[in-house]
Design a protein around this ligand. Structure first.
Ligand SMILES: *[C@@H]1O[C@H](CO)[C@@H](O)[C@H](O)[C@H]1NC(C)=O
Length: 366
């Protein structure tokens, strides 16, 4: 009895902590072209800014819009700063974003990226949002999608922040999971990576989204080499080169790598950190120019109050290294997800394919 009361109390305290001053998550069902059926969830703060900024916040594999809403601090920061957050929800049962098809990699050609672009266009129109303040961020699969959108919709996004992703086009191909890329074995020249990113929107000559990338050096899901490849890609796209390193920035063990003058591209390596690089919302908002000094994002000093809010918030990307076999019934098509951390779907692959382990988060019918 006493224990139950304690649990109830704990639940109450948690509910209070998450709803105190966070915007409310609401689904939008009709927002324009959405060929793959990406779910749209939006969080509009009670105190909406005039000509508000938009942040698209994208979840990891097996995650959901709801999980990223409650696992990051953007919903409460939206109330503080008056911006809108869009939380897209991946349409596949495995909750990974389509970052591999030609459609998703190409401007206005389809795939999950078009659904997300439509959400942004809808939100700009519906809420009179400021097109010079449209931002994107994500973790893992959501970080990969951030890179995809930077290549395919450079006209729509002004800046992005990606935690543990891969370069634009790194997963390109028939299969939803690309082990060669994930394991850091897809090595290209800066020119080749840059050319690939430029195929996302052929002929586009406008401004491209400023990018801030984060990656752990001991990531065994999407290997650290992917940050090195992304550094080549985006520095080529921006036509800039590495300038300097700031060690122990924004915290001990992290190295900030500045490219050019630091206004277009900045990368962070997190020494000894695995796939779960904690989301640093204060540095992201700084980079977006919503708070603080904007260039370069040093993560210290200017946003003390935000930083305080965020101390307790880390992104809840799954950390378990075991994969429980699914016992649900049903058959998964070729290339579909059939297992992985938190996988609740079926585990039987269509005839001719077998459920193949990729990593703790993902098994696929191949
Ligand atoms: C800059 O930092 C990165 C990440 O720690 C490191 O790999 C690279 O060698 C550094 N570059 C220089 C010139 O120190």
């Amino acid at each position: 009895m006493f224990f139950n009361k304690l649990k109830a109390l704990a639940a109450l305290a948690l509910a209070a902590a998450t709803t105190a001053s966070a915007c409310t998550l609401q689904q939008v069902t009709s927002f324009g072209s959405n060929p793959t059926g990406v779910g749209m969830y939006i969080c509009v703060p009670a105190k909406l800014a005039t000509k508000p900024a938009i942040i698209v916040a994208m979840h990891y594999c097996s995650g959901t819009a709801q999980a990223y809403y409650s696992g990051t601090a953007y919903a409460s920061l939206a109330e503080t700063y008056g911006f809108i957050v869009i939380y897209p929800n991946a349409p596949t049962s495995g909750g990974c974003w389509d970052v591999h098809t030609t459609e998703t990699l190409t401007h206005n050609a389809g795939g999950d990226s078009l659904g997300i672009a439509s959400m942004v266009r809808y939100t700009i129109t519906t809420y009179g949002a400021d097109t010079s303040k449209v931002f994107m961020t994500g973790t893992s699969s959501g970080a990969m999608m951030t890179n995809v959108l930077a290549g395919a919709y450079p006209d729509l996004f002004v800046a992005g922040a990606a935690f543990s992703g891969v370069p634009y086009g790194c997963f390109a191909g028939a299969s939803a999971w690309n082990s060669q890329c994930a394991e850091g074995e897809l090595i290209k020249t800066a020119q080749a990576w840059g050319d690939e990113a430029r195929t996302g929107y052929p002929g586009y000559a406008g401004t491209r989204p400023r990018l801030q990338l984060w990656h752990g050096t001991v990531d065994t899901t999407l290997y650290y080499q992917n940050l090195i490849e992304a550094n080549k890609q985006w520095s080529n796209v921006f036509g800039i080169s590495w300038t300097k390193n700031n060690t122990n920035t924004p915290l001990s063990g992290y190295t900030q790598m500045i490219y050019g003058d630091g206004t277009q591209y900045v990368a962070y390596s997190a020494v000894g950190v695995g796939h779960t690089v904690p989301v640093r919302e204060s540095d992201v908002l700084n980079w977006f120019g919503i708070t603080g000094s904007q260039f370069p994002s040093t993560g210290s000093g200017t946003t003390a109050s935000v930083a305080t809010t965020l101390q307790t918030s880390t992104t809840s990307a799954p950390v378990s290294t075991t994969t429980a076999p699914s016992t649900n019934t049903g058959t998964i098509d070729k290339y579909g997800q059939c297992g992985g951390e938190d996988w609740t779907g079926a585990g039987t692959c269509v005839a001719g394919t077998t459920c193949t382990y990729s990593n703790a988060y993902y098994s696929q019918c191949l």
